[in-house]
Write a protein that binds this ligand. Structure first.
Ligand SMILES: Cc1cc2nc3c(=O)[nH]c(=O)nc-3n(C[C@H](O)[C@H](O)[C@H](O)COP(=O)(O)OP(=O)(O)OC[C@H]3O[C@@H](n4cnc5c(N)ncnc54)[C@H](O)[C@@H]3O)c2cc1C
Length: 403
């Protein structure tokens, strides 16, 4: 049996960042990961980092996005880790007059709140991204949006945590967790038992399974995201790319619990698009979000729809065959908001999760905010919105309530 002051379960971007920041606070922290670091969503995502700046009155979203972007920058520029970070900027392309009106209003509202976005004509957009279809109606440009390699970035944070004194134990599958009468937790793993004073759940889509080990209903569900890639090609795509279609659809109707899916109950409600060119030369695109249980088998029909959407924006992609496809599980909370903080019905139990479809870009700051709250005992005021108390329940009570 080994012991730790704090155990974090999950070696994704959220757990790795929490470990790094807790180690920086001088805390004795152990991270338990059942496979390799970045073997969950953090290793298979598109690598887009969505920041539009802090704005004049930073809310939780601004903290998570702008704060994470600064942390990625620090890891790349100051801490000696090449994570393929670059502030590339991003273009959200506009296909219809309706989308144009929506984006015009959105850009003006965001600018009024001090965010950095701009509405470009298609000519202006094509000066940044020459392969864009000239028939498009324009694009929203976000100069601060960035990109990085997901596996490299997540592993860099875990390595930095180790350098700071954290233990990172891969191949440790947590199979049972029990509170100890004297306080703290006994955590059984596939490779022995660890005793901890405090426990942090950072297990992504699997947080609900960890919660169930503690008789808690942690309402985070797996949502399958899937992607495809071309073979490496010469530099052709410089920004990160998306489309206004889903932005408008979800503005009109977020669709239920969890919100913002592309396919609900087997029926497509919108098309969503994100993509970029990696340093390797591969062009990667994805977009679908569907509740498909725990399956990580890509759905070829969805890949075809997504590729068609990408070709509408960037016609040259029609000449590049799909070289590989993959899928992963995004951790969606039922109300769409993250869970970052202490779980009040248990002693010394914390969570950083529910980062949904943008947790790569928000994970570094989510881990930092969690680490700071745990270390000081006082959560940052912006974490009120992410308070787990709003939704984590006793499992027995949830069953009685019909969930
Ligand atoms: C296809 C796809 C594209 C995406 N694109 C983007 C994007 O471009 N930009 C963006 O910001 N976000 C994107 N996301 C979302 C983003 O990847 C996630 O929100 C984020 O990675 C979640 O991080 P996490 O650390 O919470 O979870 P994860 O990365 O899933 O990490 C959880 C870890 O916990 C481990 N674990 C689970 N159970 C146990 C256990 N019992 N014992 C020990 N370890 C355990 C898992 O093995 C896993 O490594 C995408 C996701 C997908 C799937």
């Amino acid at each position: 049996m080994t012991d730790a002051e704090i155990v974090i379960v999950g070696g994704g971007i959220a757990g790795a960042s929490a470990a790094y920041h807790l180690a920086r606070h001088g805390r004795r922290v152990t991270l338990l990961e059942r496979a390799e670091v970045a073997s969950g969503a953090s290793g298979v995502n598109a690598g887009q980092i969505d920041s539009i700046g802090w704005g004049d009155a930073p809310d939780l979203q601004a903290h998570l996005t702008a704060g994470s972007q600064e942390l990625f920058e620090t890891v790349q520029l100051e801490l000696g880790e090449d994570i393929e970070f670059r502030r590339s900027g991003a273009l959200q392309v506009i296909h219809t007059a309706e989308q144009l009106e929506f984006e015009r209003a959105r850009v003006s509202a965001l600018c009024a709140r001090g965010h950095r976005v701009e509405l470009l004509t298609i000519r202006e957009a094509r000066s940044l991204e020459p392969e864009l279809d000239p028939a498009l109606l324009g694009a929203m440009y976000s100069p601060l949006r960035s990109q990085a390699d997901p596996v490299k970035a997540t592993r860099a944070l875990a390595r930095l945590a180790e350098r700071g004194g954290a233990r990172v134990l891969t191949g440790h599958d947590v199979t049972a967790v029990a509170p100890r009468p004297a306080g703290g937790y006994e955590i059984r793993t596939s490779r022995g038992t660890v005793v901890a004073g405090a426990l942090v759940l950072a297990a992504g889509a699997w947080c609900s399974r960890l919660g169930a080990m503690l008789d808690l209903d942690v309402p985070i569900v797996p949502v399958r995201g899937q992607m495809w890639a071309t073979a490496p090609v010469p530099p052709s795509l410089f920004q990160t790319m998306s489309s206004a279609e889903s932005a408008l659809a979800w503005h009109r109707d977020r669709g239920g619990a969890p919100p913002d899916l592309t396919i609900r109950d087997g029926v497509r409600v919108t098309r969503h698009l994100y993509g970029r060119q990696r340093r390797s030369g591969e062009i990667v695109f994805g977009g679908d979000r569907e509740q498909a249980g725990w399956s990580t088998a890509p759905d070829p029909a969805g890949i075809a729809v997504n590729r068609g959407h990408a070709i509408e924006a960037l016609p040259f992609l029609a000449g590049l065959p799909v070289a590989r496809t993959w899928a992963g599980l995004m951790p969606f909370s039922l109300d769409g908001r993250p869970l970052i903080g202490r779980i009040p019905s248990r002693q010394d139990l914390w969570i950083v999760g529910g980062l949904a479809s943008s947790g790569f870009g928000r994970g570094p700051m989510a881990g930092k905010l969690l680490a700071d709250a745990l270390h000081t005992g006082t959560p940052a005021p912006v974490l009120a919105e992410a308070d787990p108390a709003r939704c984590v329940r006793e499992l027995a009570a949830s069953r009685e309530g019909g969930r």
